[in-house]
Design a protein around this ligand. Sequence first.
Ligand SMILES: NC(=O)C1=CN([C@@H]2O[C@H](COP(=O)(O)OP(=O)(O)OC[C@H]3O[C@@H](n4cnc5c(N)ncnc54)[C@H](OP(=O)(O)O)[C@@H]3O)[C@@H](O)[C@H]2O)C=CC1
Ligand SMILES: O=C(O)[C@@H]1CCC=N1
Length: 374
Amino acid sequence: MLLGSLCQQLRPAWHLQAPPSSDTCACPFREVATSGPLHWSNRQQPQSKCHKRQRRSPGSVASLPFTDPRNESLITQDLDHDDDEPTTSHQIARPEAGLPDRIGFLGAGKMGEALIRGFLASGVSIPSNLSASVRNAERQRSLSMLGIQIFGSATDGGAAEIAANSDIIIIGVKPQQAENVLSALAPYVRPDHLIISIAAGIRISSIESLLPEATRVVRVMPNTPCLIREAASAYVLGNSATPLDASRTFALMRSVGVAVTVEERLMDAVTGLSGSGPAYVFLMIEALADGAVSVGLPRDKALFLAAQTVVGAARMVLEGGGNGGIAHPALLKDHVASPAGTTIAGIAELEACGVRSAFMRAVKAAARRSEELT
Ligand SMILES: NC(=O)C1=CN([C@@H]2O[C@H](COP(=O)(O)OP(=O)(O)OC[C@H]3O[C@@H](n4cnc5c(N)ncnc54)[C@H](OP(=O)(O)O)[C@@H]3O)[C@@H](O)[C@H]2O)C=CC1
Ligand SMILES: O=C(O)[C@@H]1CCC=N1
């Protein structure tokens, strides 16, 4: 099922939101440290300047003793926009022409559609600047409803159309289809194009070898929460990509969530963690809800509470360290588990089932599979 329609079905539950509690300031997602080149998205927890976050609350725990990726200087040339303002199509721009980037997708399935919808929702792009090469008639119809321009199959003229109408070209086909699509694109690539590949496992060197010399390539590993602007993405620059290309990529991915740079050798690990990770968490939410249903909770409430529990726990890790740091999950876990209480009984079962090792094995298996896709 396509993400858009799935979200429509789940929307009523997602829209139920508790008001901020009295000691939870509504501003942490608004006020952002603006010193240094990294301006964090209003969706991420910054080095907060929120008055309520200056002091550590009694329940907060120590930050992990490593650099918070949110404080890294990820890029050297940010687009210098105010994170309190919604990103607009004018803020991600073709530097040469001072115009908004036109973004074309070669293949727009589940991940491509999540990106398109995220870019539109964030305002980083507008329908008239987006296009997609789509070979399936039903998908052509459903994507055209978004108001974007649709071209046919990439290997049947679509690549040429996308190249002619785009500044940034996103390779959104399956890894196994990437070689054919890149070969179809190659004759139409211009020096001003930026090629962004989201294909799992496909190395930058492979992409560059199929395109004209000095083509500017960036490899990105996003995840499907792009759709709701909660993605965790990583990216790495190709040999000819410029700092401005890094800025453009960062601005795009930041508009739909968080984004960090990694060395390319770590992209398989990223793929096993955040690329594939939403599926592990969906499975976990489903299983948690099943457990609650098995002891009598109605399905709808079980699913709702399970999903919100994951959101709340994740946000405590991201926000609970004080001073914008990341909290250690083990300490947060200890705060939940009372001596001889309910939680430790549950944790004992998880440990007996090897859940910790299961998650580690899942990430490693997915990373290995990404390596194989090369
Ligand atoms: N799904 C995810 O969570 C993530 C995926 N990725 C990467 O994103 C890429 C896409 O994955 P995903 O969206 O899941 O896969 P999908 O199969 O949903 O999307 C790929 C799309 O490409 C289309 N396509 C294939 N060949 C052509 C062609 N010649 N011309 C035009 N369109 C074509 C397919 O059309 P058709 O339906 O006709 O086959 C399909 O719609 C993959 O490389 C994957 O590794 C990265 C991060 C996360
Ligand atoms: O399962 C896959 O191969 C893709 C890549 C990362 C997430 N989904």
